[in-house]
Design a protein around this ligand. Structure first.
Ligand code: UDP
Ligand code: MG
Length: 319
């Protein structure tokens, strides 16, 4: 079995959430104590510039079940969760947001579902009014993830998740500088997931930290993380240009026979342009294929991931 010190870790990324932290503690403690198991709360301060760091320090001083990881600057929610997962010592890890949009009362249902033997349980939010670009953005990101991993993940984005220790350890073996955790989770859990509905409320205090660009960056990160295909597209475009150049020989010959010198000249120019441009693109695609390989090696990710090992003495988890 993988090693763990407490039954449950709750990982919470915190960025300028001063007004939410006290209500958060009041929301969490009764629910966690009600579970009747050992727990810790890992709060990752993602370079907050309000009073959050002080408040977090106060929480940890008062109650040794609260642990705080404080970033030197703002690295974004993905990195905050990444650090949270690395510092979490629980057999099960729940990730939730600090803004109480999805309250702690959901935790027991997540643990129960995870106990049925899934790698990960997603929270699917009930319909709430979010900006259209947010909705389309999440849809698009999920669609991409499905295309690339071959598995459907629920249209969740509720920020609420439960993961088992094996998945956490596997996630922790990934070292990318840029991350899209939902993609990594989907990739690693390979269909061993469940989804349950969560209650979702408006943010308690403060504003959402996500802008359109923030989301667009996530999607670009994901696509470039999980495949080198975008660069190969250049090669395909080059081949298409060559195909077009060849096809244009027909109007060229026609123009030459009909004695239309100007049309012949223009067509020849176009053919030369497409031939030269196409050749460049084809080589760019080739270079891309090499870069893709270099990239795959530089990432130093595990070439394969094991979820279980069995031998005749019984089951041994591999992570
Ligand atoms: N967050 C973070 N770093 C950031 C942005 C957000 O740690 O750079 C945290 C934030 O404090 C919150 C969670 O990530 O706990 C989700 O952020 P937010 O509520 O702004 O996102 P939304 O609910 O709009 O998806
Ligand atoms: Mg939120």
């Amino acid at each position: 079995m993988p090693h763990y010190d407490v039954d449950l870790s709750v990982v919470i990324p915190v960025y300028n959430e001063e007004a939410n932290l006290d209500p958060l503690r009041q929301d969490l403690i009764p629910v966690l104590e009600g579970l009747g198991c050992s727990f810790e709360v890992v709060l990752v301060d993602d370079g907050s510039r309000d009073r959050s760091p002080e408040i977090l320090r106060g929480l940890a001083d008062e109650d040794d079940r609260f642990r705080v990881v404080r970033f030197a600057r703002n690295y974004g929610q993905q990195m905050a969760n990444t650090a949270g997962l690395r510092h979490a010592r629980g057999k099960t890890v729940v990730i939730m947001d600090a803004d109480l949009q999805t309250p702690a009362e959901n935790i027991p249902a997540f643990l129960e579902k995870l106990g049925e033997g899934y790698d990960i349980v997603y929270g699917v939010r009930e319909q709430v009014s979010v900006p259209l670009y947010r909705k389309l953005g999440t849809r698009f990101a999920n669609w991409l993830i499905c295309r690339m991993t071959g598995f459907r993940i629920p249209d969740s984005a509720s920020g609420f998740l439960a993961l088992d220790r094996t998945l956490v350890e596997n996630v922790n073996r990934y070292n990318e500088r840029t991350r899209y955790l939902s993609g990594l989770f989907a990739w690693l859990s390979y269909g061993r997931y469940a989804a349950i509905p969560v209650t979702r409320r408006p943010r308690l205090h403060g504003e959402s930290k996500y802008t359109f660009w923030g989301l667009a960056r996530l999607v670009i990160n994901f696509v470039t993380l999980f495949s080198a295909e975008p660069v190969l597209l250049a090669g395909l475009a080059g081949l298409a240009a060559w195909g077009l150049a060849l096809l244009m020989i027909i109007p060229l010959v026609a123009a030459m026979y009909s004695g239309d010198a100007r049309a012949a000249e223009l067509t020849l120019d176009a053919i030369i342009l497409m031939g030269v441009g196409g050749t460049e693109l084809i080589f760019l695609g080739l270079v891309g294929a090499y870069i893709g390989r270099v990239y795959a090696n530089v990432r130093q990710n595990p070439p394969y991931v094991i979820v279980d090992l069995y031998d005749h003495s019984g089951e041994v988890s591999a992570a």
